[in-house]
Ligand binder design. Structure first.
Ligand code: PLP
Length: 385
């Protein structure tokens, strides 16, 4: 019997039926007027989600490709950038920079710790020659499930009057967590389709303000596919310099309509509530959060594995018996934590079901918990009791 699957890894996320249907539309001419309208609608919708008046570019790409696009468009070999390294994805940005001959000043944090505004400020204030061209970090480090305080970092950078660009990887946070590209003055924001936008993987998106475009003009890095200028010029006319991912753009338009119907602030509030409900259930069951509580993410929760229970057994039982797919720890956290994604199309009863399944599986694996504990904590969160 076909059964509903709860894809609770921190992306790709569950794709709503409306989006799935839009992905099955027959293809259209990507050089025709129907396509031009589609691109225009996608850009208008994306600007609302990015909260910006800036250009938003779309690439047929994974998130990592779009991170690389920022490096090759904004910097030149020999430039200096600051990267907060606090997990697999933030470290990836630093590694991409190094591959392209950038001098990367890393701020190393333990996995599970958030970025510290003062540490970034100190590096900028020591840089009297203004060599630092960019400060790169994620809004949400998915591997450890922490959220950085981008608003404070953006404010500090503005106040410092250092010219470095603020480049934010919002791949596992855009359309989930509050982010004000223009309001906070973030120069570059990068995201991908398979998280808050509820689409399959395959699209990357990036917004750039005037400061970022000016710096892009100085870049001496070779590029063709990733050339922001070339893509911007074509996108103005509703086209791309290459064959675009037409089907995913059908899906993007549908996703943006769904987000607009709910209202982006309501989407943020829903994610906040889902995050709270998951954490309350985790605490009620006597489990330990891996991430620093004050910075615990509202899109993904990382939980330390209880003693004597193996991650593989838990994940396999959840998948096989309940149709719930969770994520594990990556690299140094392998086997030490499990992660529950609660981003994108996730609503109250989904969290109720998923946390109920987690509780049953843990109980069956010998964990000491009174049945019904998770459900009670989740319901109380939603009923605000
Ligand atoms: C914060 C963050 N950055 C970058 C990436 C890499 O994106 P992709 O796997 O689409 O290349 C991910 C993927 O999960 C992510 O969560």
């Amino acid at each position: 019997m076909e059964r509903r699957q709860y894809l609770q890894i921190p992306g790709p996320t569950n794709v709503p039926d409306r989006i799935l249907r839009s992905l099955s539309k027959p293809l259209i001419n990507h050089r025709g007027p129907e396509f031009e309208l589609l691109v225009e609608q996608c850009i208008t919708g994306l600007k609302k989600v990015f909260r910006t008046q800036n250009d938003v570019l779309i690439f047929p790409s994974s998130g990592s490709g779009t991170l690389e696009s920022a490096i090759v468009n904004l910097l030149s070999p020999g430039d200096t950038m600051v990267a907060v390294s606090q997990g697999l994805f933030s470290e990836r940005m630093a590694a991409i920079g190094e591959k392209f001959g950038i001098h990367v000043l890393r701020i190393n944090k333990a996995w599970g710790e958030a970025a510290n505004v003062d540490e970034i400020e100190a590096l900028l204030s020591q840089d009297t020659e203004k060599k630092i061209k960019a400060v790169c970090l994620p809004q949400n480090e998915t591997t450890s499930a922490i959220t950085n305080d981008i608003e404070s970092i953006a404010k500090m950078m503005k106040k410092s009057e250092h010219p470095a660009l603020l480049v934010v990887d919002a791949i596992s946070s855009l359309a989930c967590l509050p982010l004000e590209t223009d309001g906070w003055g973030i120069d570059v924001v990068i995201t991908a389709s398979q998280k808050g936008l509820m689409l399959p993987p395959g699209l990357g998106m990036v917004s750039l303000n005037d400061r970022a475009w000016q710096q892009a003009e100085q870049s001496k890095m070779p590029k063709w596919y990733w050339d922001y200028n070339a893509v911007r010029e074509k996108m103005k006319g509703g086209q791309f310099p290459y064959t675009p991912a037409t089907t995913l753009l059908f899906g993007l338009k549908e996703a943006l309509d769904i987000l607009a119907e709910e209202g982006i602030e309501k989407v943020w509030e829903r994610h906040e509530l889902m995050g709270k409900a998951v954490r309350n259930a985790i605490h009620a069951m006597g489990l330990t959060l891996f991430a620093e509580e004050a910075y615990a993410s509202d899109t993904v929760t990382s939980i330390s594995m209880p003693e004597d229970i193996q991650y593989k057994e838990l994940a396999s039982m959840l998948n096989k018996d309940y149709g719930v797919v969770i994520g594990g720890g990556l690299q140094q956290l392998q086997g030490k934590i499990f992660r529950i994604g609660h981003l994108g199309a996730v609503h109250q009863l989904d969290v109720y079901a998923v946390m109920g399944a987690v509780e049953m599986a843990l109980y069956r694996l010998g964990y000491n918990v009174e049945l019904g504990t998770a459900a009670k904590a989740v319901a109380k969160t939603f009923l605000k009791e």
